[in-house]
Design a binder for this molecule. Structure first.
Ligand SMILES: Nc1nc2c(c(=O)[nH]1)N[C@H]1C(S)=C(S)[C@@H](COP(=O)(O)O)O[C@H]1N2
Ligand SMILES: [Mo]
Length: 185
């Protein structure tokens, strides 16, 4: 009888692994269904899984909301917005990039910002400091974990820095990103 119970448990655990309900430690799974639409000279729709297969970058994200609440620092991983834009024809110096979400939120970035320039950066005492290397990414991982919906996941715009203690304004950190569009001017 004991043998039989043990056997049934082993079969159950094996079945859970096979159906993906249990994953091996350190393995990232994110089976959420999400589409990211890129619009430029051409159009492309990427699934979450396709986005995660692209070349990614990592950095520190430390934001401050308009009401003065600091969030971070955390590490974020994602794909450079500039790389995504290249896939649909790139952008000129005068073009703008509209990044939006289904809740109606929209943030407009200039070409310099897409390349990490022209953002205000602050130190821990909220004094303005010269900007270190910044990048604007479409993030899908925060501190090595998938980004939950409450935090703006599965995809959120994050301005990342190579320095842990650099604070940027978080109003451009669009949550639940679903469309990135290049507007020619
Ligand atoms: N989709 C979406 N993204 C958004 C917003 C929003 O209303 N909708 N608010 C923005 C503003 S103004 C700020 S300050 C931060 C707030 O981030 P938090 O909600 O994680 O604190 O998210 C930004 N991203
Ligand atoms: Mo805000």
């Amino acid at each position: 009888m004991q043998n039989r119970t043990f056997f049934m448990c082993a079969v159950l655990i094996a079945a859970l692994f096979i159906c993906g309900c249990v994953s091996a430690p350190g393995e990232q799974t994110d089976d959420r269904i999400w589409n990211l639409t890129l619009i430029g000279d051409t159009e492309e729709v990427l699934t979450l899984q396709e986005l995660r297969s692209l070349l990614s970058v990592e950095g520190y994200g430390y934001g401050i909301s308009t009401v003065g609440i600091k969030v971070g620092p955390n590490t974020y991983r994602g794909v450079l917005i500039s790389d995504l834009i290249e896939r649909v024809g790139g952008m000129g110096q005068n073009d703008l990039v509209y990044i939006s979400a289904d809740d109606g939120y929209l943030w407009v970035f200039g070409a310099d910002q897409i390349n990490g320039e022209g953002f205000m950066t602050l130190n821990e005492d909220l004094k303005e400091i010269p900007s270190p290397g910044l990048s604007v990414i479409c993030a899908y991982e925060r501190d090595g974990e998938i980004i939950d919906e409450e935090w703006g996941g599965p995809l959120r715009v994050i301005i990342i820095s190579n320095q842990e203690n650099t604070i940027v304004e978080a109003s451009s950190w669009v949550k639940w990103v679903d469309t990135i569009e290049v507007k020619r001017r």
